[in-house]
Design a protein around this ligand. Structure first.
Ligand SMILES: [Fe+2]
Length: 191
């Protein structure tokens, strides 16, 4: 099965960034995801879709820290192909959050590459917003391409910084929030 050069380059950049940023349980989770990168690619499935909040992606990438430049470039090369959507549970009653966030699956169910064994994607948020608290059975590693803060039920609000990562153990309640600028982050989950 064919894997596009953009996806291949993004997975190579992700591997390097995850191995630099992750230690302990986060590293173990990252290695589980990395192992699955190499599995037979799934079919290309998603149709590109954008939301108005996607206008924040370019300025977020332009301000990405040097430590994440390679990952940011690799992401920039494929973000136009992605199926950007609001989180399924979001409604206009969420106020500014409704039009202020979007997620896209790169590898995973319904993603740019349709896969059932991992979940790799991106979230963009406009400035000054908090993502809805959520939880899911798989553990999760986040890499940030911008400043931002992450919280989970075992951790205070923290900005992992341009060299760090956030690790959410399986099933833990967690959230993130943007500051004065947009938030752009990548997430990696072994399913
Ligand atoms: Fe999550």
């Amino acid at each position: 099965m064919h894997r596009s050069p953009e996806i291949s380059a993004f997975l190579n950049a992700s591997t390097a960034a995850l191995r630099l940023a992750c230690h302990g349980a986060a590293r173990a989770a990252a290695e589980r995801v990395i192992t699955r990168f190499a599995a037979r690619p799934g079919p290309a499935c998603a149709r590109a879709a954008r939301l108005p909040v996607c206008a924040w992606i370019a300025p977020a990438l332009a301000a990405a820290p040097a430590e994440r430049a390679a990952l940011g470039h690799a992401f920039a090369a494929l973000e136009q192909q992605l199926p950007w959507t609001r989180r399924r549970q979001s409604t206009p009653g969420d106020g500014a959050f409704y039009d202020g966030h979007a997620n896209a699956v790169i590898l995973g169910p319904g993603g740019l590459e349709d896969r059932a064994d991992l979940w790799v994607g991106a979230t963009v948020m406009a400035p000054g917003l908090r993502y809805a608290d959520h939880d899911h059975p798989p553990e999760e590693v986040y890499l940030a391409l911008t400043p931002g803060q992450w919280w989970n039920a075992a951790m205070d609000w923290t900005d992992p910084g341009p060299r760090g990562a956030v690790y959410n153990p399986p099933g833990i309640a967690h959230a993130m929030r943007s500051g004065a600028g947009p938030l752009l982050a990548l997430w990696y989950l072994p399913l």
